[in-house]
Design a binder for this molecule. Structure first.
Ligand SMILES: NC(=O)c1ccc[n+]([C@@H]2O[C@H](COP(=O)([O-])OP(=O)(O)OC[C@H]3O[C@@H](n4cnc5c(N)ncnc54)[C@H](O)[C@@H]3O)[C@@H](O)[C@H]2O)c1
Length: 344
């Protein structure tokens, strides 16, 4: 079987999910890991039987590495992706694609200039069974027209969470709960709702004022060109990490997603469409499994020479809405989409 040589840059919290997915996938061969923390890099390299680097540019000189995963801080995604693309390697970056619009656009430009390699963006929640099921209902029209949606993310991130070099700061994280935790839900709303006509939103720092620069709470109202609307609320100031809730109201029924469960409500009769997946250890493994699904899909596209569907412009769509909520909050104005909202 043909495999692709792989490397991961950034060996922090999310890297374990990528390392496991790569190790489990017969389509890849992990050649190297990179982190500026040499002890961490060495330890992971020993565990996975690969080489390690502390300077990713040294790793990029290798001909046996064709794909690079970016698991670093938001502000590093764009410069690293540009270097990887220019080195003639495919790049799969963690969300969000960048910390601001200008950085994202530079990354998109580099992808256009290097058409022989592909830029992919992680939005693993699109692969969750409830997300896929909701998309099918939207596309089939079997419940009639989509009328409105809501997305609710109520999580808990304390001051301790922000005690890192890059989190909680506009320059390096690019925002707070909106760009980091709830971008997945914003992305789902725009993916399900279709083309947007306007975004109005607001952010605030409710529980960690004076501790972090960025917001810990955000809300938005989104209008779609097909007439549907969406409301969105996210906070890191809740007392616990509740399951994410998404609701889609159609003419002939309502889909209710709560975490990994999906229900259909028709005239008060509730049908369970999806239930949480439990692994053999008895733990919920949905989060990691969806990363694995997206990573597998990405490699299958690369090996087949086909364009991957969550590419730069597609990854930009959800990111763009996040940026528009920030802009709307800053100006107090509704952001009206006029057709120029393309990535480049
Ligand atoms: N898809 C998801 O659901 C999900 C979940 C968690 C995190 N993430 C994303 O993953 C990314 C990383 O988040 P995290 O929580 O793992 O961060 P983290 O801070 O835990 O890890 C970042 C790692 O990058 C290393 N690093 C910093 N500069 C580097 C450089 N120049 N070269 C190589 N390594 C360098 C750091 O030493 C650290 O080990 C972020 O974009 C985050 O939003 C995504």
């Amino acid at each position: 079987m043909t495999t692709l040589g792989t490397a991961i840059i950034g060996l922090g919290a999310i890297s374990g999910v990528h390392l496991k997915a790569i190790a489990d996938l017969e389509l890849t061969d992990l050649k190297a890991v990179v982190d500026i923390d040499e002890n961490r890099a060495r330890q992971v390299a020993e565990e996975y039987g690969c080489d390690y680097y502390t300077d990713y540019k040294e790793m990029l000189k290798r001909d046996d590495i064709q794909v690079v995963h970016l698991c670093t801080a938001h502000y590093l995604h764009s410069p690293m992706a540009i270097d990887v693309l220019r080195a003639g390697k495919h790049v799969l970056t963690e969300k969000p694609m960048a910390e601001n619009i200008a950085s994202a656009q530079k990354m998109l430009q580099a992808a256009v200039e290097n058409p022989n390699v592909q830029l992919g963006v992680i939005f693993q929640n699109r692969y969750n069974a409830p997300s896929q099921r909701m998309k099918q209902y939207v596309e089939s029209g079997e419940l009639g027209k989509l009328i409105c949606m809501k997305g609710i993310v109520t999580w808990n991130r304390t001051a301790a969470y922000y005690e890192t070099e890059w989190k909680g700061k506009w320059a390096t994280e690019g925002g707070g709960v909106l760009i980091n935790q709830s971008i997945h839900t914003v992305d789902l709303l725009q993916w399900l709702g279709g083309e947007i006509s306007s975004v109005k939103g607001s952010i605030s720092t409710d529980s960690l004022e004076g501790v972090i620069e960025v917001e810990d709470s955000a809300h938005a109202y989104i209008e779609f060109k097909n007439g549907a609307t969406a409301i969105f609320y996210a906070t890191n100031a809740y007392g616990r990490n509740s399951p994410v809730e998404v609701e889609l109201v159609f003419e002939q029924g309502t889909l209710l997603q709560r975490g990994d469960s999906l229900y259909l409500d028709q005239d008060g009769k509730l049908t369970t469409l999806e239930e949480p997946v439990v692994n053999t250890l008895g733990e919920k493994s949905y989060w990691g499994m969806s990363h694995e699904l997206q990573i597998r899909d990405y490699y299958e596209h690369l090996l087949a020479g086909k364009p991957f569907w969550i590419d730069g412009p597609e990854g930009f769509n959800g990111f763009r809405v996040v940026m528009d909520i920030y802009e709307s909050s800053r100006t107090g104005q509704k952001i009206v989409y006029n057709g120029a909202e393309v990535a480049l």
